[in-house]
Design a protein around this ligand. Structure first.
Ligand code: MRU
Length: 358
């Protein structure tokens, strides 16, 4: 793995980039202290980068997975077409296994497979590789457009002077565009609307502190960092008018998975009468999953909880739970901000009529 470290003063590199037939990732585990861009030399490296959260956030891991499949297939450009197709299926399953909750990863590698399935065998494996890369580039371009659409459709929710609470990072760093939950914020800021964002730090891996506070501050947006346990008191003081979060998967009935702690924020928002919106690109909508209880929740290693950064903070041998996500029931959601518009209840009906097949 070759890496390049940049000065913190410069512009932030893209979350990921495909250049000269090579995938580069901004290593988010090092933010906000270091900006390091890593070349991904093999599909195993891409898998590990997704697993280790070097690239993270549902849309970004979808795009990384799509390019990762291209990396996996580079060595098969001279193979026979049947061997190419067999390896494609195997490598798609391997990449999708890196993280189970965000549907974007599975959706993206499936899109590449579907594109190849619909392609006749007349050409060579090298032609099939070009088709794969074309589809990965499309997913990448579309991701940026989805973020813009969410921004346009959510911007009006941000009233002058309002306070917005967000959890985890559903920002530019979680996508290849202007983020999902942050997209309305970036557009409102660009048009001169004053507002303040409260960013939950998001234990155990601190995506709110390390990433959301970092990117909003760099953009000149008024952002205040909270520990997760401060959200209730901040709402009680009347400082929060609106909650906007991202999501890793929205089920057909509107239940949604997002970073652990989102459910608590949703319950608090309901208690204090604060509307909670979920920024959801169509790439994160999973109409094939009926309800939240059917969403697989990733369990991560206990040492993420027993330490704070590199420092151990819990006794050796203590039992630990570390589910990376939770599921919020749709009854706590005011609406979904999608690229096609705001979707209110009844969610099952409205999501299906806006995004369903028929
Ligand atoms: O574990 P992470 O950092 O990948 O979790 C990210 C989140 O939970 C985000 O809120 C979600 O993926 C939406 S990103 C637009």
């Amino acid at each position: 793995m070759a890496s390049r470290t940049e000065s913190l003063a410069g512009a932030l590199p893209a979350t990921l980039e495909w250049r000269d037939d090579t995938l580069y990732l901004l290593d988010q585990t090092r933010l906000p202290l270091q900006i390091v861009v890593e070349r991904q030399a093999s599909v195993e490296e891409v898998w590990e980068s997704i697993r280790a959260l070097k690239v993270r956030g549902a849309p970004a891991i979808g795009v990384a997975g799509a390019y990762g499949l291209c990396v996996a297939m580079q060595g098969s450009r001279n193979a026979g077409v049947a061997a190419f197709r067999a390896r494609l299926a195997e490598q798609a399953a391997y990449l999708a296994s890196a993280r189970p909750t965000a549907v974007n990863l599975r959706w993206a590698v499936q899109r590449l497979q579907d594109r190849i399935a619909g392609h006749d065998d007349a050409g060579s494996s090298s032609t099939l590789y070009d088709v794969l890369l074309d589809e990965a580039r499309r997913i990448h371009d579309e991701d940026q457009a989805l973020c813009e659409g969410i921004g346009r459709n959510g911007q009006a929710l941000i009233r002058p002077g309002c306070g917005i609470l967000t959890h985890c990072n559903a920002g530019a760093l979680a996508t290849t565009g202007i983020g999902t939950a942050t997209a309305p914020m970036y557009l409102a800021h660009r048009s001169g609307t004053p507002f303040r964002v409260y960013a939950d730090e998001t234990r155990p891996l601190l995506q709110g502190a390390r990433l959301t506070a970092f990117e909003l501050q760099r953009a000149g947006i008024d952002v205040t960092l909270l520990t997760d346990s401060m959200a209730a008191a901040t709402m009680q003081r009347g400082l929060v008018d609106l909650v906007i979060v991202g999501t890793d998967r929205v089920a057909a009935n509107g239940d949604f998975a997002n970073k652990i702690g989102t459910l608590g924020v949703a319950i608090l928002a309901k208690h204090f009468g604060i509307p909670m919106y979920v920024a959801c690109p169509s790439s994160t909508l999973d109409l094939a999953t009926r309800a939240g209880e059917d969403i697989v929740i990733e369990e991560r290693a206990g040492d993420e909880v027993t330490s704070f950064g590199a420092r151990r903070t819990a006794p050796e041998g203590v039992a630990v739970r570390n589910p990376s996500f939770d599921v919020t029931p749709h009854t706590l959601v005011a609406g979904f901000i999608t690229e096609r518009g705001l979707v209110g209840p009844p969610f099952e009906q409205n999501l299906s009529s806006l995004f369903g097949m028929g």
